[in-house]
Design a protein around this ligand. Structure first.
Ligand code: SF4
Ligand code: ZN
Length: 394
């Protein structure tokens, strides 16, 4: 008797029953074929965009979340399978968020052992003298992600220098990029739109008012990888990742963009990649426009980090924190400059009632400022870091 036809066969191998429907294409696939297409698409993205050269030392930005865990796993797998010749390391930033980052870093440590990739963890507390817990205590739950984002980008760069890497890869996926494209279009922020759609940059800044570039390249191998597929991959591969949201995550604007994007995706699954392609096309026309020339780069006069302004964004934010003026450094460059000048004036005449910043400084703030002013805040000499006790190089 002939075999009964297979019910619901995999659209690729036709030999096994499909167990999932690919969110990106709607194809019904078996587990092995899904793994194969998922990994091959990422390999093609890497090769088509010439992300790496053989011999590159590459740091994988690892948070313990699904994206970076899958990224570490897939980078190792593809590096072995296709002999990229990369020297991989994991780089984690400890923002100092109790109940969130401390737990997720335990996951990264397990990943280090599971994938046998060395790990370096550096903390905000060591780099800046402030943990995110300290910052939120000082400034509340508003703007905390601005501090965190600026500090993280610079911390990744500093970690990369310590590790002597050429390149940092991050787990930003297609959904993240499409959300950022939408947000930048809604804000009319064309320079940022241009940067968010590039798969490879030497640009560490997410702020159009203070562009900072670095010698270390950054890339996003998951630029075209759907978030749902990353979750599926992690699930079927039984990868060990941490799935709790940050306790300080208020980013309401991004939340709206995310909900909107999910609604669009439910109607048309190609929406995510279509938005990325629209962002790329808009970026190309922005690039052709003379008026969006990038500012001239120099270095921060305080810490030596590359910056287009006198002070890099991290130093400006730290100055605000240490002076009890956390608003300093938040917002646009002209406003920042005015506040910076006003802060200097305030320093010269601390009790001046006429100062526009006086209302920002409370008695408690002043006490905290004196206390924290003693704890140094920033790294002038990277060599110092190597002797810091919480550095966990393996
Ligand atoms: Fe930092 Fe905000 Fe992300 Fe939390 S949600 S890790 S505070 S940027
Ligand atoms: Zn600086």
């Amino acid at each position: 008797m002939p075999d009964k036809p297979l019910r619901n066969p995999c659209n690729l191998c036709h030999a096994v029953r499909a167990i999932l429907k690919r969110p990106k294409t709607g194809q019904q696939l078996c587990k092995e074929c899904f793994f194969h297409v998922f990994e091959t698409e990422i390999h093609n993205t890497i090769v088509d965009n010439k992300l790496f050269r053989s011999g590159d030392r590459v740091a994988i930005g690892a948070s313990g979340g699904k994206d970076s865990t899958v990224l570490a796993y897939v980078m190792k797998l593809l590096n072995d399978r296709y002999s990229y010749g990369l020297d991989l390391v994991l780089l984690s930033i400890d923002e100092g968020i109790t109940g969130y980052r401390d737990d997720s870093l335990e996951t990264v440590k397990r990943n280090r052992d599971q994938y046998r990739i060395p790990l370096l963890i550096i903390s905000y507390k060591d780099l800046y003298g402030w943990s995110m817990d300290d910052i939120v205590k000082e400034i509340g739950r508003k703007n905390n992600c601005t501090f965190c984002g600026v500090f993280r980008r610079q911390a990744l760069d500093r970690g990369a220098i310590m590790l002597n890497v050429d390149h940092i890869v991050t787990g930003h996926n297609a959904d993240d990029i499409a959300e950022t494209v939408l947000m930048n279009i809604l804000r009319g922020d064309l320079p940022r739109l241009q940067r968010c759609t590039s798969i490879i940059t030497n640009d560490t800044s997410d702020d159009s008012s203070g562009l900072e570039t670095s010698k270390i390249l950054r890339s996003k191998p998951f630029k075209y990888t759907y978030e749902k597929e990353i979750v599926m991959y992690a699930y079927f591969k039984k990868l060990d990742y941490f799935s709790t949201e940050c306790i300080y995550s208020p980013n309401a604007y991004r939340g709206h963009a995310r909900v909107f994007l999910k609604d669009l995706e439910a109607i048309r699954r190609t929406s995510i990649v279509d938005i990325i392609h629209s962002g790329e096309a808009l970026s190309a026309s922005v690039q052709a426009n003379e008026s969006t020339k990038l500012p001239t780069m120099s270095t921060c006069t305080r810490c030596g980090y590359i910056s287009s302004n006198e002070l890099c964004k991290a130093c400006l934010l730290l100055e605000g924190l240490n002076k009890g003026l956390p608003q300093l450094g938040i917002g646009h460059s002209s406003k920042i400059r005015r506040m910076h000048e006003a802060a200097h004036a305030l320093q010269a005449t601390p009790s001046s009632p006429a100062s526009p910043l006086a209302s920002l400084s409370t008695a408690d703030g002043a006490a905290a400022r004196d206390e924290r002013g003693k704890l140094v805040t920033h790294i002038r000499d990277l060599n110092r870091l190597e002797t810091m006790p919480t550095l966990q190089a393996v």
